[in-house]
Write a protein that binds this ligand. Structure first.
Ligand SMILES: [Zn+2]
Length: 354
């Protein structure tokens, strides 16, 4: 495993300072409707050494989950994976693509979600619908399937691809815990000794016409490592808070923050009428919340005919026929379901090209 970029080391943190100085949230400035409901909001709790990110996905996630028409528990899990992808990639400073993907032996055998540094998100999963229905039928009424029942045993991999960088950062964690959020919390604790709290909610919310739309909301908080010697907390904009926290105070800061985080309800996290900054203030105002520039998120796909042409060019001429259906090669993108068709003339041109 390559050590760079790490998601939590203090060295890494130096490179993830938001560009702006940020501003401390004040009660008088609340109540403004969010213009960007698909976005990540970076924040810092000034009275502690805790940084965080809040995410909301509305039209971006609704578009992806409706297009795929997965069974409801599968759609919800992909929504969680996409929300985690948005939160984790926003902790990193990189130019390229951040990917979270799973492989496992359960009804949902693979999931992929990725996000570019420009904030474009997408995702898909592979589900054995019969195996999933059989598993769901075995549950008690009202019982929600666990992560283990949905995915079985397997792993979750994080990858950062940066064009021009030969090194690909990758980390792998076992798919364990009650939820994907818990799986990630355990990963941070074990691999980086960074206390992290992750809260993710995904659900369908009815609009005024009764039409249902997928919504995702999430918050991640991290207790930044205590830099040996100095206890002063460095703010993300480079200033210090002046707060000197000893080990016991750090523990108290952390447990208080986790209690505040767990007090956040599903309704609050998914309610687009409650602006993100208002919710952060409601949860953490006693710690003084400093917010930084928001990163807007968009749904989109990067597949192209040209990319598929390079794949077709790698197929030996003698094997081309076995990929054809009615004389054509049909290739569809798993992310966006768009289908590309290549007839014999197209294939001849691809083969002849340099
Ligand atoms: Zn596509």
């Amino acid at each position: 495993m390559n050590a760079e970029p790490s998601m939590s080391s203090s060295e890494r943190n130096d490179k993830t300072q938001p560009e702006s100085q940020g501003e401390t949230l004040r009660e008088a400035e609340l109540g403004f409707q969010d213009r960007e409901v698909d976005a990540v909001q970076p924040f810092f709790l000034e009275n502690t050494g805790i940084r965080g990110r809040m995410l909301r996905l509305e039209s971006a996630i609704d578009a992806v989950l409706k297009r795929h028409r997965y069974p409801e528990p599968a759609a919800r899990l992909l929504g969680e994976l996409m929300a985690l992808t948005g939160l984790l990639s926003s902790l990193l400073k990189f130019e390229g693509t951040f990917t979270l993907q799973s492989k496992s032996d359960g009804p949902i055998s693979a999931m992929v979600a990725d996000m570019t540094s420009a904030g474009v998100v997408r995702g898909y999963l592979n589900v054995n619908r019969e195996a999933l229905s059989a598993m769901l039928e075995g549950l008690e009424d009202g019982q929600e399937p666990t992560l283990g029942q949905l995915v079985g045993e397997g792993y979750l991999a994080f990858t950062v691809d940066q064009p021009g960088h030969a090194d690909r950062y990758q980390a792998i964690v076992a798919l364990e815990g009650e939820s994907l959020a818990e799986c990630l919390q355990n990963y941070f604790r074990q691999s980086d000794q960074v206390e992290s709290g992750v809260l993710i909610k995904v659900d369908q919310v009815a609009d005024e016409k009764g039409e249902k739309h997928w919504r995702a909301g999430g918050i991640i908080v991290q207790l930044m490592p205590d830099e040996g010697g100095s206890n002063a907390v460095e703010l993300e904009d480079g200033a210090t808070s002046g707060m000197v926290r000893d080990g016991d105070e750090r523990k108290e800061d952390w447990s208080r923050t986790m209690v505040l985080l767990s007090s956040c309800s599903r309704e609050e996290l998914l309610d687009s009428a409650l602006p993100m900054n208002d919710l952060l203030y409601r949860l953490f105002h006693e710690e003084l919340v400093r917010v930084y520039d928001r990163l807007p998120l968009y749904e989109g796909c990067r597949c192209s005919r040209e990319k598929l042409e390079t794949v077709i060019k790698t197929i030996p001429v003698g094997e081309l026929d076995q990929h054809k259906v009615d004389g054509r090669i049909l290739a569809s993108c798993e992310f966006c379901s768009r289908t590309y068709s290549f007839d014999d003339d197209d294939i001849a041109k691809i083969q002849a090209a340099d």
